[in-house]
Design a protein around this ligand. Structure first.
Ligand code: 5GP
Length: 194
């Protein structure tokens, strides 16, 4: 398989910027073109999460073994002690279906994939402000005070990488951000692969 000629859609953003809602919207609107790329992670599943759907939840030892085997297209320790990685097997599985992987990953991972796969479209979802981001994360109710602080801290440094992306979508109004992103993705997928 000629991997670099296959397309990838990367949606990256500081955590809480609304990226997951946009990813869900795209998957609903474009089921014939896009398939969610399920990452591996060593963090614990949240209440509503199922193994194999949002993530493959695996122990640290298994994750580190996969790193040594070269099983990840990219991986990051996104939070202290918490690994996240994009399995090469997941990208290949989706390309085999004749579809395009949709990646919901962190900013560094997004840039890493963009650099390796010239046929990828990297979209950065920008939150209106760090204050709004903090408000949204608190409303989501999934964070402890420590993990909230860690996410805000990380978000603030991630904002400076938006210029490394092909496109930036400001998520002030979710509906508008969704339709704008869909338009970008459709245009990209219609263009012939180089
Ligand atoms: P969460 O713990 O909230 O599900 O995800 C935390 C962050 O890790 C989010 O920014 C999410 O997009 C990112 N993430 C999820 N999967 C991957 C992955 O495979 N690689 C990288 N680098 N980041 C990921």
């Amino acid at each position: 398989m000629d991997l670099p000629r296959n397309k990838i859609i990367i949606i990256a953003a500081p955590s809480g910027a609304g990226k997951t809602s946009i990813v869900r919207y795209l998957l609903e609107k474009m089921p014939d073109q896009l398939v969610f790329s399920v990452s591996c992670t060593t963090r614990a599943p949240r209440n509503s999460e199922t193994n194999g759907k949002e993530y493959y939840f695996i122990p640290v030892e298994e994750f580190e073994k996969k790193i040594s085997e070269g099983a990840f297209a990219e991986w990051e320790m996104v939070y202290p002690g918490k690994y996240y990685g994009t399995p090469v097997s997941e990208l290949e599985r989706i390309w085999q279906l004749g579809k395009t992987p949709l990646l919901d990953i962190d900013v560094k991972g997004g840039i890493n994939i963009r650099n390796q796969f010239p046929q990828s479209l990297a979209i950065f979802i920008e939150p209106p402000s760090l204050e709004e981001l903090s408000r949204r994360l608190q409303a989501r109710g999934t964070e402890t005070p420590e993990s909230l602080a860690a996410r805000i801290n990380k978000a603030s440094s991630e904002m400076s990488y938006k210029y490394a992306f092909d496109q930036v979508i400001l998520n002030e109004n979710l509906e508008k951000a969704c339709t704008e992103t869909e338009k970008l993705v459709r245009t990209f997928l219609q263009a012939p692969a180089i």
